[in-house]
Design a protein around this ligand. Sequence first.
Ligand code: MN
Length: 712
Amino acid sequence: MTAPARTVPALPPALFEEWSAYLKPEDLAQIQAAYQFSESAHHGQFRKSGEPYIAHPLAVANILAKWHLDSQALTAALLHDVVEDTEITKNEIAEQFGKPVAELVDGVSKLDRIKFDTQEKAQAENFRKMLLAMARDVRVMLIKLADRLHNMRTLDAVDLQRRQRIARETLEIYAPIANRLGLNSLYQEMADLSFQHLFPDRFRVLTKAVRTARGNRREVVTKVLESIERRLSENGLEVQVQGREKHLHSVYRKMREKHLSFAQVHDMFGFRIIVKDTTSCYVALGLLHGLYKPIPGKFKDYIAIPKANGYQSLHTTLFGPFGSPIEIQIRTAEMHKIAEAGVASHWLYKSSNTSLSELQKKTHQWLQSLLEMQSESGDSVEFLEHLKVDLFPDEVYVFTPKGKIMSLPRGATAVDFAYAVHTDIGNRCVAVKINQELMPLRTELRNGDRVEIITASHAKPNPLWLNFVATAKARAHIRHFLKTMHFAESVQLGERLLLQALAKFKTALGDVSDPQWNRLVRDSSAKSRDEILSDIGLGKRLAVIVAHQLMALGEPLPPDSRPAGAVVVRGSEGLAVQFARCCGPIPGDPIIGIISKGQGMVVHTHDCPVIAKSHRDPERVLDVQWDASPTKLFDVGIRLVVANQRGVLAKVAAEIAAAESNIQNVAVDPEDGGTYTGMRFTVQVMNRMHLARIVRDLRRIPEVVRISRVKG
Ligand code: MN
């Protein structure tokens, strides 16, 4: 036996009629179909309150209809829980109701899937941005807000713990979004409902206090209202005057933030005056300022300079007849509509065949025009920031495994995320799980992704990552690591090469003493031992030369341990042995020999900058040593700086001669009338000791300020 086919009910006639006031018949046909589709899909499901589930999407669609949203949005609202809660897929919705509707439903489902599970205040703002960035189409956010509003209205059926969580989330996330979009009445209702469920006792006390106060004030309010109406109509203005009650949550907030008593907050009358055009706003203002004196500094012209969310009105506060201030808002009917419904009012009377992109363009234009009107410095920066997130999403918001939200530039990959979390995580990442699924590290992140980086202790950054990372931070850290690694590797290579070179001296690297190293580092103006080793590894220095230098800087070797094959230089070898002009070695200087083609051996000092620069074939480098008693005198340059005084040159020359040296050449810098003169001597010496003696003697001359050996 099969069950008799169920007759799927149609839309309640009352709603059908209400919606047909602004929607076309063909739109209503689609909405009708969507309702029946949703009704069947949810058939057998019930809400916590016990009513059939379809009551919820229907109520959500009705909230949107109150804002006069288009038929696509209403259709999507009816279907908004179908993909999440039933077997129906996005494709089926696209086939039946078109792609734009399917996209809207999908957008809402995506928002539903991400949960705000941190208590941190700072995270709330990021979460709001994430939602706005994900929503893209403002209608997705409007459906989501209507959905949340209905859930708040029916929160009593939910258990206490869940109720508190939803109320807090609404207060921290959704109410501020509604406010940002200019949906004022939605914002107020959400805030008051949240307040009621979060602090039931305070809510009860405050409600009672407001009711009492209202009763006491009724007479006064009526009197003020009448006199305002009379004054305006006497002057030919068509107006509608409303008494205004502050919303409970804003009363509560004001009491808390400003430490005021209820009486202080509530002892204020509020009236809203709605006129037919902008000019009438200013006329009404003038008339009211004539009726009661305005309180100085309280007047605000939000018509000339609208608020960031599009709000326009004139605000003023008057000294009332009974000693209480009277707050007045003056606006046109159009401004009132925007104040209450905000962005939603821009969908009013929209034809259903408007395409998605046109809708987006309209929203964009609307926000753009707000931006242009916006000139209050306070809000504009914040507004710009949100505009960026809303419509030019160049940021992406993702979750860490602990539920923290991180914001990254659009295009950021898992590697960027890893470096944003911590440099060590970036340097060691090997894989990533995005929404529980293993993905390549180059995967671009999307809003709402939950990202978990997998690291390995020995992992290293890959140079290929530089091809896809989007953040400067990741790029800098990868580069830095690679550079450091390169350095470390070249130090290792340099060490091996030096080890080899030292083997010729039957010396191990460990035998080289710290003082030897330190002197070499200083003499060669390197920053560290590692830099010298790295230079060897990179071929900037020759291992053989460094080995020579180190050996030369060590303790004098006993004669029998002299390296075999070292060439002894006496200085009298003639053309076969030349002394390099660049460094002018003299006996006692650590030296090396270089065989050059056709020139024989040229002897350089170990630290000769010319050798260091040229990449010589190590094969051509020879061990050389000075003979114990060279037979030749060697030319060496010395430079002096002396005080300009008569006879100083003669004194210097005499001293050099007294030290048993010959002067080969003298050059004096041209006189420039200064206090000091530079002199350059080429003198002949036997060795370093001899030179040292000459220098010591010259220093004794009072006029000599500075002496240095000239090389090259
Ligand atoms: Mn829902």
